[in-house]
Design a protein. Structure first.
Length: 378
């Protein structure tokens, strides 16, 4: 469905307030006004990910291969030394970054990137870790490599999320040219994997010990997941996923489950608009909570708001939109999306990432050659 204008939105919201399922949500929604974006830092070249350290400093990746510290006052530091070479081209480069849950004790950070392969033109998503020592990363090692590597510069994923047990989820794309492999358990193409901090597969993973399946795999049938966050109450992994021509999805990831791509999707083939795969639903495939059709928003970045800094918004889910050039707020009733609101549309910029800061405020990254960190002021 195409985006609606503000007048239409308020008319529909008023009508929805009369429905029993939304009646209790309407008074909250009426209190909230769109926050004002203020620039915290700028001059970042195509920033991809933002993560907060315990002391309020920010780690920011730039797609071309630099990892930087940004001070709370917005000072952008020189790139950290020690980052391995990335294959920066197309959608590839230096991607997500997260601190270890025990960062205060071990100073470790983890990042994903498109790693060049041995064969000319091949590459694949990889995950590395290192210890932050001043402005240098030491003890750097690659702990995971997507197999097999492939050619091209598309569909690398890749978001990193720690679960409550300290295991690391890694989202991996289908590399565009190998979409059929997303249904095959003998590779990492189009999968979400779950690994220990040293890269090994945990023994309680769903396919551990199964013949013909890689033990790292947590779920399969994914196209290109670039938004991921842990639900603050349930601990479930929520993701947003790029569809092709339409068919972007919001999903709760099922343990060991098939999410359908490319056999079950609401997306369509580029150009022709013809159907992909078998259809839009199948009993053994996890159905998305929400999909965007017929126009893609290109979702990237995902965060639950747990703070009370924005009246009426606690518990909402926020996601960036690249093609949609907006920050989307999804109002939830349990696992149902009951309202969508588009924010920051006047910026006219691609929103690459969104995070809740230690101060309870929302921070977003804009994706361009003069990228910014914006803070949403209530």
């Amino acid at each position: 469905m195409p985006p609606i204008d503000r007048r239409t939105f308020h008319r529909l919201a008023a009508r929805a307030a009369a429905l029993p399922v939304l009646a209790t949500l309407a008074p909250q929604a009426a209190q909230a006004a769109e926050p004002r974006p203020s620039t915290v830092a700028r001059g970042l070249q195509n920033p991809w990910s933002l993560a907060f350290l315990p002391d309020g400093r920010m780690l920011v990746t730039e797609k071309r291969g630099q990892l930087r510290i940004v001070e709370p006052d917005g000072t952008v530091r020189a790139p950290l030394a020690g980052v391995p070479r990335v294959d920066a081209g197309g959608q590839g480069g230096l991607l997500d970054v997260v601190p270890d849950p025990r960062f205060a004790d071990n100073q470790r950070v983890y990042w994903s990137f498109s790693e060049p392969g041995d064969d000319r033109g091949s590459n694949g998503t990889a995950v590395a870790r290192g210890r932050l020592d001043g402005n240098t990363l030491s003890d750097v090692r690659v702990i995971f490599r997507q197999q097999p590597k492939a050619g091209g510069g598309s569909h690398f994923g890749s978001r990193l999320v720690f679960d409550r047990d300290g295991k690391l989820f890694v989202t991996l794309g289908d590399r565009f040219s190998r979409k059929d492999d997303a249904q095959v358990l003998a590779n990492h193409i189009g999968k979400i994997v779950r690994i220990d901090t040293d890269g090994r597969a945990p023994a309680d993973n769903p396919f551990a010990g199964q013949n013909g399946a890689l033990p790292e795999i947590w779920s399969y049938g994914h196209r290109n997941v670039q938004g991921a966050a842990l639900h603050p109450a349930t601990g479930e992994l929520w993701i947003t996923e790029h569809g092709p021509q339409g068919g972007d999805e919001l999903n709760i990831v099922g343990r060991g489950r098939n999410h359908g791509w490319p056999v079950i999707t609401t997306g369509r083939n580029y150009g022709t608009g013809t159907r992909i795969g078998e259809g839009e639903v199948r009993d053994d495939v996890v159905a998305p909570l929400k999909h965007w059709v017929p126009v893609s928003i290109a979702p990237s970045g995902l965060a639950f708001l747990t703070s009370t800094r924005y009246p009426g918004w606690q518990g909402s889910l926020f996601l960036g939109a690249l093609r949609g050039q907006a920050l989307l707020r999804l109002e939830l009733d349990g696992n149902q999306v009951v309202r969508e609101e588009r924010l920051l549309t006047r910026l006219g910029e691609r929103i690459r990432d969104v995070r809740q800061g230690p101060d309870g405020l929302l921070y977003v990254l804009t994706d361009n050659a003069d990228g910014r960190i914006l803070r949403l002021e209530p």
